[in-house]
Design a protein around this ligand. Structure first.
Ligand code: KG4
Ligand code: ZN
Length: 363
């Protein structure tokens, strides 16, 4: 592929509870432009179950995706014959939804004779700041969503080193579970943040998981249990109790995150030198208290804090289209055999003996 020419890519995202499609242009100079970005959240479908139900999500993707792709193409004013490629998130995620998105992309690619790009959903989050502000490599990504909590060194397209990850719950998942145990509705993150705003963060002295450890990993399950135990101990809970529990929980997450990221940035610098920026993505990056903690960490590490706009932090089609365009510009395309993957590590082959990496193919 001649990278001097502009590339137009349709991107499809169906790995969790957002059905999304977008058309993005990657110009010859490597900068990007979003022509359309249609996202349909399934929050309403899942709210009464208190969390995402995989089977309901898959069915909703089937019902919604055709219309969403159609809208994305119309809003972009682009015909299928003008596309340089069709990208779909091929994982990691809920397998039913991933199959729907990838199969749709394959059908479009086949009918129009267009290259297919099977994108890793995490890679798409990782490359988003290059779409929004043409950020140069290498930079450090903090990704915290309902399914992932990772610190990743982004050294190039396809060149990622995971510096830290959660050993149990994802950060958004911990917010959601705390919300649920306190009787707050799904999705819980924004509810916990709201309740915490009026609460006393010092009333409960919750543990600060992993603080002081030399690795950059996270753990959230013990903290979640500590909140549950305290809530049971002082039950029945009034509004003030709920606010104080949320504020104290959030303070513990903030302290732990600040410490883990400080270590992550140190590890980054040891391998790659100073990062161009610390970038945050994922739903939890919408939390103002966490954002404040990230700003402090970045300032202490003498780097810039960068958070893409909220619509591009949470799951969307533009990030998939953009990752597809970045790969396509390097000639990285996939065959019609590309498999949907429930699990798919971003750095599956990094620093791991080849035989071992092969034995884990598909994870
Ligand atoms: O990235 P995202 O929209 O979807 C995926 O999980 O892939 O992230 C959703 C997660 C949910 O767990 C939600 O509770 C959490 O991000 N979240 C928040 C906030 N907004 C969303 N967590 C804490 N504070 C928030 N303001
Ligand atoms: Zn995501």
């Amino acid at each position: 592929m001649d990278t001097d020419k502009p590339i137009l890519v349709l991107g499809i995202e169906t790995t969790c509870d957002e059905t999304a499609a977008s058309v993005v242009e990657r110009k010859g100079d490597g900068t990007g432009r979003i022509l359309s970005n249609v996202v349909r959240s399934q929050v309403e479908e899942h709210a009464r179950f208190g969390g995402v139900v995989p089977e309901i999500a898959a069915r909703a993707h089937v019902d919604l995706l055709d219309g969403i792709v159609d809208r994305a193409m119309k809003e972009a004013g682009v015909g299928y014959e003008q596309l340089s490629g069709v990208a779909a998130a091929a994982g990691p995620g809920l397998i039913g939804g991933v199959i729907v998105g990838l199969t749709t992309a394959k059908a479009i690619a086949m009918v129009h004779g267009t290259p297919l790009i099977a994108v890793n959903h995490l890679e798409a989050h990782a490359l988003t700041p290059r779409l929004t502000c043409a950020l140069a490599f290498p930079y450090c990504l903090f990704l915290a969503s309902g399914g992932h909590t990772q610190i990743v060194a982004v050294a190039g397209v396809g060149n990622y080193v995971r510096l830290g990850t959660t050993v149990d719950d994802a950060m958004g998942e911990a917010f959601d579970k705390v919300a649920k145990m306190l009787g707050l509705p799904y999705p819980g993150g924004p509810q916990v943040e709201r309740a915490a705003a009026g609460g006393d963060p010092t009333r409960f002295n919750f543990p600060r998981p992993m603080v002081g450890r030399p690795d950059a990993n996270f753990s959230l399950s013990g903290l979640k249990t500590a909140v549950r135990n305290e809530a049971n101990r002082i039950a029945p809970l009034d509004q003030k109790d709920i606010s104080d529990l949320c504020a104290s929980f959030q303070a513990a997450v903030m302290d732990s995150t600040a410490d883990r990221l400080a270590v992550g940035l140190k590890l980054f610098e040891e391998i790659f030198g100073p990062p161009r920026a610390l970038v945050a993505a994922g739903g939890v990056a919408a939390n103002r208290a966490i954002r404040g903690a990230l700003q402090d960490v970045a300032a202490k590490a003498q780097t810039t804090m960068l958070i893409p706009p909220p619509v591009l932090c949470t799951d969307n089609g533009a990030m998939i289209a953009w990752a597809g365009a970045e790969r396509l510009a390097l000639g990285l395309i996939d065959s019609m055999d590309a498999a949907p993957r429930a699990r798919w590590l971003l750095d599956a082959n990094a620093g791991v003996p080849v035989g071992y990496a092969n034995s884990r193919a598909g994870f």
